[in-house]
Design a binder for this molecule. Structure first.
Ligand SMILES: Nc1ncnc2c1ncn2[C@@H]1O[C@H](COP(=O)(O)OP(=O)(O)OP(=O)(O)O)[C@@H](O)[C@H]1O
Ligand SMILES: [Mg+2]
Length: 278
């Protein structure tokens, strides 16, 4: 944990809106993008906007499940990063940086935390920890040099997924000048956009779309699509629409991005969605 009150972050788009929606809806968020475009900086900024402590684990190929869960040492039990994040009664932002690097068993540890259980089995210490309502899991990785295949579909489909691209030149100039100034964007001035809840979630169209994607995953036309969407993705996309995000944006971060990083595949899937949703 550290003082993140003075993190300078210049938003590229609606990343703060999506992240706040995920916090409210208790959904885990994955940030994807090339190196140095501000993923880590954004998480520091988010924890400051949400006013929650940040607990961070930087995953490497040596990261083990015990680093997340904890371990029993000769002189007693030592919490892992996930365990200690869950001990904050008023919630915390738990950040798994470079999740794609972690060993498969470390990734599997987070499965129960990323589905509706929101629990962590710390049986080795005789306890099962439940996340408080204000606890959020956020993760990031760089799909360009980490094989996307490193992250199994069963893990990838557990995260609302936001792609952060290289910024447009004009925006990048602003980012550089704000970062150089260093103190112009402290988070006290940030207002989080309010959304009007949508009581008319088009569930039947979402299910139809999911079936279109399942058929696509089985067809020869699918390039980077490894598996069709599970019902979890349909439910979570429906929640994002109910929260008030636009249908197509919710479908993008809730259903398309968790399934693929391939840009051609994403365009094709967005076109299919556009036929059903304006
Ligand atoms: N949108 C932004 N707002 C403010 N600073 C930014 C932004 N994007 C990049 N930066 C600057 O670029 C540097 C690198 O950003 P950061 O470490 O967050 O990248 P990253 O996406 O986490 O990279 P990696 O994948 O290598 O971990 C930061 O120290 C910050 O100065
Ligand atoms: Mg980083």
């Amino acid at each position: 944990m550290f003082d993140n009150k003075r993190t300078v972050y210049v938003p590229q788009g609606d990343e703060l809106d999506i992240a706040v929606a995920c916090h409210r809806l208790q959904l885990p968020l994955m940030l994807r993008g090339p190196t140095g475009i501000g993923k880590t900086t954004f998480v520091y900024y988010l924890s400051s906007v949400l006013n929650k402590p940040l607990v961070e684990e930087v995953c490497t190929e040596d990261t083990l499940a015990a680093d997340l869960v904890g371990r029993r040492l000769p002189d007693g039990w030592v919490d892992g990063s996930a365990t200690s994040s869950l001990r904050h009664k008023d919630g915390a932002v738990y950040y798994l940086d470079e999740l794609g690097e972690a060993r498969p068993n470390a990734m599997t540890v987070v499965h129960s935390l990323t589905d509706d259980r929101r629990t962590l089995d710390v049986r080795v210490n005789g306890e099962v920890l439940r996340a408080s309502d204000d606890w959020m899991l956020i993760s990031s990785y760089n799909p360009l040099y980490q094989l996307q295949n490193n992250v199994k579909p069963s893990t990838a489909q557990r995260f609302i997924t936001l792609d952060i691209p290289f910024p447009e030149s004009e925006l990048e100039e602003r980012i550089v000048s704000e970062v150089i100034k260093g103190d112009s964007l402290i988070t006290e001035n940030v207002s989080v956009k309010k959304y009007k809840n949508n009581g008319n979630v088009p569930i039947n169209k979402l299910v139809k779309l999911a079936n279109d994607y399942r058929r696509l995953a089985q067809s020869a036309e699918s390039v980077g699509l490894r598996e069709g969407p599970g019902t979890r993705l349909v439910v979570r996309t429906a929640k994002l629409i109910g929260y008030g995000l636009s249908e197509l944006r919710a479908i993008e971060v809730g259903m398309i991005n968790p399934l693929t990083y391939d840009s051609e595949q994403k365009v094709g899937m967005t076109d299919i969605a556009r036929k059903l949703f304006r």
